[in-house]
Design a protein around this ligand. Sequence first.
Ligand code: FMN
Length: 328
Amino acid sequence: MSLPALFENRLSVPVIAAPMFLASGPSLVTACCKSGVVGTFPALNLRSTEEFESWVIEIKAELQRHTDETGDLPAPFGVNLIAHKTNPRLEADLAICIKHEVPLIITSLGAISDLVDAVHGYGGIVFHDVVNVRHGKKAAATGVDGLIAVAAGAGGHAGDWSPFALVNELRQFFDKTILLSGCLSTGSDVAAAQMMGADLAYMGTRFLGTQECEANENYKQKLLDSSAAGIVYTPAVSGIPANFIRESVEAAGITLADAPKVDLGLELEEARDGKKSDSKPWADIWSAGQGVGSVNDLPTTAELVSRLKAEYHQAHEDQLARVSTLNG
Ligand SMILES: Cc1cc2nc3c(=O)[nH]c(=O)nc-3n(C[C@H](O)[C@H](O)[C@H](O)COP(=O)(O)O)c2cc1C
């Protein structure tokens, strides 16, 4: 078990609200942090590095205002950087994170030791997304502080490993923080993630269904109406296997057998700015994980976190009661 010092006495429940393209913004991030959950967002949610910097400034100011008014220290916030060679913004966005000393950096699609050193240089920490042990070993060698085990059924770019297999194998060579990602929806799921060896739960789809999330109303309604059976795992949208709401993929006329070449810079630009086609990945082709069947309401973030907290504690009581019935 290992939790970074940065999180000690800052969390009300061991959860990170995962970064979500075109869905997580300053309202969701600050609501999470004020409720005691780490709030995060992808730098590429903004069109330019200048706009990205303005969000970082806004989030820091709001969290400082909260501390000044209440005396409470909110949970730290984090930024997701896509460390793929096709992301032309990586260097400039990282420079902003260094300038503003963003506490947590989450890297996906590539682990880079220079980036890790730069973040450590100002006292920040780096978690990295992995979908298998090969990626985990490569990332561990760069000195990251945590591995995010993105298991089968997760929203966005997901893996296809069982969470038990992935966490257990990562634990055999990595003794720092391990986060579990994929279909975690309740406080009981958070407790279960820790029970099977993870330190923190990493939740996306459940936070899509909150008031503060920037997903549009049709998307949110579709979350309420969907269940795991309506999710399709396919590389057809971006070239990287990801989970989407099947109906939205079909409505966009995408052939599931296709696997386009990966060009994240282009894909994300088109998604934000709508250059190429009417149906844009992530904006009109909606991602969600298999946990979507547990999203049955659209609470405020504070309500959701308070529910997660109650369920988390109840899960421990229930487990102790089960253990007490065992013989010996
Ligand atoms: C709509 C959506 C957008 C996402 N965008 C990103 C992203 O930009 N960067 C990233 O690292 N992960 C992204 N993810 C993945 C999440 O960070 C996280 O790994 C995943 O949602 C966890 O699984 P869950 O949705 O089953 O809780 C996205 C997920 C969703 C649902």
